[in-house]
Design a protein around this ligand. Structure first.
Ligand code: NAP
Ligand code: GLV
Length: 305
């Protein structure tokens, strides 16, 4: 079995880890003149990679989101498999819990007070006054929603298809979106970026949130209409936002989000791909495919995630 690694960084480390996990396989980093492979491990590959791979049985994306890959011409009929958690859910929960607590407990205010030598306690705030709405209740969204719930926050979620979730209200589809937003003061985005979800956080949806809402975007920059977010902040309709992802990455210098008061910027680090966990998951799925067993995490190309 031949496996090609085509990743934009650390490809040799992935090759070595896959060789260790699948001793019977021939694993190589991709080269233009290499023999075709049965399995591909990719992160942001060039189109040329797929154009030179006529024998693929499966493509494994070294990340959860496949939006960038779906802009390429993929070989017909070859399953595209994404990472499922592989150590990302816990990182994502850490990030979101931190962002939410920083806002609710006003640690951002205390940080700036401390820089000015100001000792000034503020009135306590109740978690009950900060209902959290999580857009997306998939592998990462559910873990994050449950973590926030464990912290004592009221939490609800929004999905495309109806879900039964114990102790948590799940709103569904276009029909459920307005009620979901009206119940939300802290909005966490954990949707995949698709034709349906692009620009979902916009002037109209921001206006439907509870007053002084706070946004946490850890999914894709394309979910948020950045100019609408800045406008809502300037008009005082939003309390702030923690943004890990942006329409253009790296966020260009001079971009208004860099120095917008109330905005916390991080460089797409909320949940990094962990090589060890990812290779273990991918190797397990390759072995299952070789046995003819079904695997999970196969992307539905029509719905885009
Ligand atoms: P997932 O398991 O596929 O979950 C996606 C969720 O979004 C599902 O609940 C799905 O609803 C819902 N959804 C999709 N389209 C929808 C629509 N049109 N309307 C309403 N709900 C919709 O994905 P995941 O593993 O949790 O990952 C989510 C995203 O996180 C990834 O796609 C990626 O973009 C992002 N991510 C970011 C980072 C980072 O470092 N910033 C790291 C990892 C992942 P159903 O349940 O009804 O299908
Ligand atoms: C990272 O952004 C991912 O989709 O895994």
């Amino acid at each position: 079995m031949r496996i090609a690694c085509c990743l934009n960084s650390d490809a040799t480390e992935w090759r070595d880890a896959l060789r260790a996990a699948l001793p019977g396989a021939s694993v190589e980093t991709w080269a233009r003149d290499a023999s075709p492979s049965e399995y591909a491990i990719v992160w942001r590959p060039p189109q040329e990679f797929f154009d030179t791979q006529p024998r693929l049985k499966a493509i494994f994306n070294a990340g959860a989101g496949v939006d960038a890959l779906l802009n390429l011409r993929l070989p017909d009929g070859v399953p595209l498999v994404r990472l499922e958690d592989a150590g990302m859910a816990e990182q994502m929960a850490d990030y979101v819990v931190h962002a939410v607590l920083r806002h609710v407990r006003e640690f951002d205010v205390y940080e700036s007070q401390a820089r000015g030598g100001v000792w000034k306690p503020r009135a306590p705030r109740r978690k009950a006054d900060f209902p959290i709405g999580v857009l997306g209740f998939g592998v990462l969204g559910e873990y994050v929603a449950r973590s926030l719930q464990t912290m004592g926050f009221p939490v609800h979620a929004w999905t495309r298809t109806p879900k039964d979730a114990i102790g948590l209200r799940v709103f569904t589809g276009d029909a459920g979106l307005e009620d979901f937003l009206a119940a939300t003061r802290v909005l966490v985005c954990l949707l995949p970026l698709t034709g349906e979800t692009r620009g979902i956080v916009n002037r109209r949806t921001l206006a439907l949130l509870r007053p002084e809402a706070y946004i946490v975007n850890v999914a894709r920059g394309g979910h948020v209409v950045e100019s609408d977010l800045i406008e809502a902040l300037k008009e005082g309709r939003l309390a702030g936002a923690a943004l890990d992802v942006f329409e253009q990455e790296p966020l260009p210098s001079g971009h208004p989000l860099w120095d917008q008061p109330g905005i916390a910027v991080t460089p797409h680090i909320s949940a990094a791909t962990l090589r060890e966990e990812s290779v273990e998951q991918i190797a397990r799925k390759i072995l299952a495919m070789e046995r003819g067993d079904p695997i999970s995490g196969v992307v539905d190309l029509r719905r885009g995630y």
